[in-house]
Design a protein around this ligand. Sequence first.
Ligand SMILES: [Zn+2]
Length: 432
Amino acid sequence: MQSFHGSFVHTPRRGELELLRDTRIDVTDGCIARISADPPDASCVTTGDNEYFLPGFVDLHVHAPQWPQLGNALHLPLEDWLWQCTFPLEARCADLDYAHAIYTALVRTLLRHGTTTAVYFGSIHVAATCELARLCAEHGQRAVVGKVVMDDPAANPGYYRDESTDAGLAGTQQLIEYVRDLPGELVLPAITPRFIPSCSDSMLQELGKLTAATGAHVQTHCSESDWEHSYVLDRLGKTDTTALDDFGLLTRRSVLAHANFIGADDMRRIGNRGAGIAHCPLSNAYFADSVFPLRAALDKSMHVGLGTDISGGPSASLFDNARHAISSSRILEHGADPSLPAARRGRKHSRIDFRDALWLASAGGAEVLDLPVGRFVEGNRFDAMLIDTARIDGGIYPDTGDDLDALVQKTIYGATPNNIRQVWTDAVARLH
Ligand SMILES: [Zn+2]
């Protein structure tokens, strides 16, 4: 049994911040067995005066093979960015040694940023994607990992696509079996059609059947940009959301990246299926042509969490994305074009605040994945980070008069990796 004692902050429900002070959490086999007011003993991990525990963060959208281009090439439109930069880069993961090196760096870096759960797109390569899953298990990061599927010869470069529909399907099955045979319970497989534009109809149909047969998570992109949204309407005569549902790819365990252009019917359909959205606010600023209507989705009680979209977004930090989720929601509310009158400039009631942002980064992401993490409650896994608010080389500047709201707000807006003292998944310390 491991025990933790001191101050814990989390969002038991969206919009609600809770401080558990002088609290003891006892963990058995990685699971929170008991939360009590019992005093600490010598074996407890305890918080100092300026410290508190936060739930580990859940990053719902990461492209692992794009790690080497983080912060680069963000001036291009999405389709040019894919063809000129991203497909050639992802193709390099045919080299397993190269993939091992970049994936090791990525997993360790994300843990350093407090990301205890990550949802990864691999590349088209089965061996490299299996290695990514193995590295997550080895380094102790909870993860959902998928081999990217892109089989349509007309829509993908000859040097980077599944050899055939059958090959893409077989590779997906191989990945699922490999991940399910890994020791431990931290890593789960995902069925991963890149997006509808890169897949044939028959591939999407077969992946839908595989989803039903395996119960695996699904991850894909949905109505991301004007180009992508229009492409699917032109090809299939329906929205991404309707198409994914008709292919059997919209389930309780589906993660739809972006979803900026979903309409009211799409929202209802996603909500009815219990599928979730990976809101990637930094990436959206560069590639999505709009701000995602986050408040509207939350008010409909949809499942929503945050994603970095490495490397569509230029930051590995979910703190950065939490901040930007707030600021972009404010931009949507107030509008962006100063030549318009204030009354016509924005969309009313669009803002979120730092409590919502913390919920999205932790409990909201966990809800999307249907995983028992993101909150300090009995029965959940103990995935957490220890925040030190007094680091002179961090980004939090406490004042003696700060109450809990002020301190957590300053953390959401300012925390850097230097403010993260340690990170745990299943109550095992992961930073060394
Ligand atoms: Zn993406």
